[in-house]
Design a protein around this ligand. Structure first.
Ligand code: ADE
Length: 246
């Protein structure tokens, strides 16, 4: 899977993503991460990429031209690579372009699973007060927010989404880091977990986990998942009950 990030701060996303598990996955070749500087595509002689908003209002807006030219170069490069890989230039599905914005659909695990099926994903990171609407209309396929709050730019949201999607790409996690039992995979929060020592600060690991009785352990874990979800995320619990009632 190939991630392409259109940004004014390529070093920020590359430094953030090229460490730990995601960095290792990129080294192994399970994923690739490329950051392209939108500023490199401006036709302005002072390398400016922003301007005042028509109609007035606070702040500056990223202009259409550098964003469009950056996307066009990237999209053509992706299509060329695909045509070499597939030895034909016919019938490529259009590469999704995700604009990370507080005005998007709120990101969740199901969307991550859907995105993990793509071969390439382009992320567009805005800054200042946003981006000229006309270029968004022409290139963006998905508007995604990472939550109902406002950050200073799209780089952190893009990194959050890339991290979440990468974990679902085959080969990125090893078996011990499996995604099967974790929170949100089955609509519930994960059960509590314990490691050595058996007693710490006078707290003992629940007896059932030491019993070796797998069926009882599974039953206990499901009970704890349900309990925890009901207490911490009543919204998820209500959906789970609705989906799992006869
Ligand atoms: N850009 C600024 N805030 C954001 C958010 N909450 N989600 C996605 N992109 C953003």
């Amino acid at each position: 899977m190939h991630f392409h990030i259109m940004t004014l701060f390529p070093e920020m996303v590359l430094e953030g993503l090229c460490t730990s598990i995601i960095g290792r996955a990129a080294e192994k070749g399970c994923i690739s991460i490329e950051a392209v500087n939108i500023r490199d595509y401006t036709l302005d002689k002072h390398k400016k990429v922003d301007d005042y908003t028509y109609g007035g209002g606070a702040g500056m807006l990223m202009q259409a031209q550098p964003v469009y030219d950056c996307w066009k170069a990237l999209d053509e490069k992706i299509n060329l690579r695909r045509s070499i890989e597939q030895k034909s230039s016919k019938n490529f599905s259009r590469t999704k372009v995700i604009y990370v914005t507080p005005q998007g659909e709120v990101f969740h695990q199901k969307k991550a699973m859907e995105l993990s099926q793509e071969e390439d994903l382009i992320f567009l990171c805005g800054h200042y007060e946003g981006i000229d609407e006309r270029v968004l209309e022409e290139i963006v396929t998905d508007y995604i927010s990472i939550g109902d709050y406002v950050l200073t730019g799209g780089e952190l949201p893009a990194m959050v989404i890339i991290d979440t999607v990468s974990r679902l790409v085959p080969g990125v996690l090893n078996n011990r880091e499996s995604t099967e039992t974790e929170s949100h995979t089955n609509g519930l929060l994960e059960y509590p977990q314990y490691s050595r020592p058996e007693i710490w600060h006078e707290k003992k690991v629940p007896e059932v986990l030491l019993s070796g009785h797998h069926a009882n352990i599974e039953k206990w874990r499901l009970e704890k998942s349900l309990e925890r979800t009901k207490e911490r995320r009543p919204d998820l619990f209500a959906t789970y009950l609705k989906m799992n009632s006869p």
